[in-house]
Design a protein around this ligand. Structure first.
Ligand code: ADP
Ligand code: MG
Length: 270
């Protein structure tokens, strides 16, 4: 082939398909045209195309991770009013979103607080930030996951089901305290916690302090063992604020643009 030979563009596109290089396939004709016009060295053209393919690949990966995470929509850190929760340090939350130090160690995150205090919002927003930083996350209501694991146990496939969850660096179990031992075999939750201990992280939101977790697990020894594994390496965030929903509703009654008085907000910075 000489420099003046025509290029079989249809074949080139087939080759790029085969090589799974969709960004290059999409861009090459405009890039080569520009390179010809501006007299780019061949290596510069190749490097520019490779950079675009890599950048798009990263973007596609994040989109896949966002889809698999099943986060509740619209819960972001920029939409979270940290001023409303004086017990939580924004800097600390931002450090969690970087992920490295705790997710690599399989450490956990526990968010306590009364209903409406922002636990689900904050947990989901941290999950979103982690995904944007390249981590894999699964958000699930605890009862949903317990049900799935119970089905797996009945089919004698609990271990495999738990192993499949290993691909997630973080599982966010929302509303742990809604699980009760009336739901048969909540011990599957204990199996999950044990299997991930010091390897893969779990985030939990709960209305109830540890003292009430005896209602969740089949027996006190299991509760103790579960709490022990969860808190051994963990960050605990307490959102001890009055319901944000209630405050918003009160604020609206007072008329637009006038936030609920901070003085009515109970906080316990302990
Ligand atoms: P919890 O899970 O603790 O019951 P949620 O996270 O569901 O509370 O919060 C209730 C509602 O109030 C949600 O719509 C949430 O987005 C909003 N909300 C709670 N706290 C905040 C906050 N600090 N800033 C912005 N929105 C908040
Ligand atoms: Mg919630």
């Amino acid at each position: 082939m000489t420099a003046s030979d025509p290029i079989d563009t249809a074949r080139l596109n087939l080759l790029l398909n085969e090589l799974r290089l969709p960004a290059i396939k999409h861009l090459w004709s405009s890039f080569t045209e520009r390179a010809d016009k501006e007299g780019w060295p061949a290596a510069r053209l190749l490097a520019a195309l490779a950079e675009h393919e890599i950048a798009e690949r990263g973007q596609r990966r994040i989109e896949r991770h966002l889809a698999e995470a099943r986060l509740p929509p619209g819960k972001t850190l920029s939409g979270f009013d940290f001023d409303a929760v004086p017990t939580i340090s924004k800097a600390r939350v931002m450090a969690l979103v970087a992920g490295d130090s705790w997710l690599e160690a399989g450490a956990n995150l526990i968010l306590f607080g009364p209903p409406g205090g922002g636990k689900t919002h904050l947990a989901a927003a941290i999950g979103l930030g982690l995904i944007e930083n390249g981590w894999r996350v699964l958000f699930t209501r605890t009862t949903d996951l317990v049900q799935k694991l119970q089905v797996a146990r009945r089919e004698l496939a609990l271990e495999a089901a738990i192993a499949r969850l290993d691909k997630y660096h973080l599982i966010i179990l929302d509303d742990l305290a809604y699980v009760t031992k009336d739901q048969p075999e909540t011990s599957v939750l204990f199996e999950l916690i044990s299997a991930r201990y010091e390897r893969r992280s779990i985030a939990i939101t709960a209305n109830q302090p540890f003292g009430d977790w005896n209602r969740i697990f089949p027996d006190p020894a299991m509760t103790l063992a579960a709490v022990d594994r969860l808190v051994h390496h963990s960050t605990i965030l307490e959102l001890n604020v009055e319901s944000y929903r209630r405050r918003e509703a009160l604020g609206q009654q007072r008329g637009p643009g006038r936030p609920a008085s901070r003085a009515t907000i109970k906080t316990q910075a302990d």
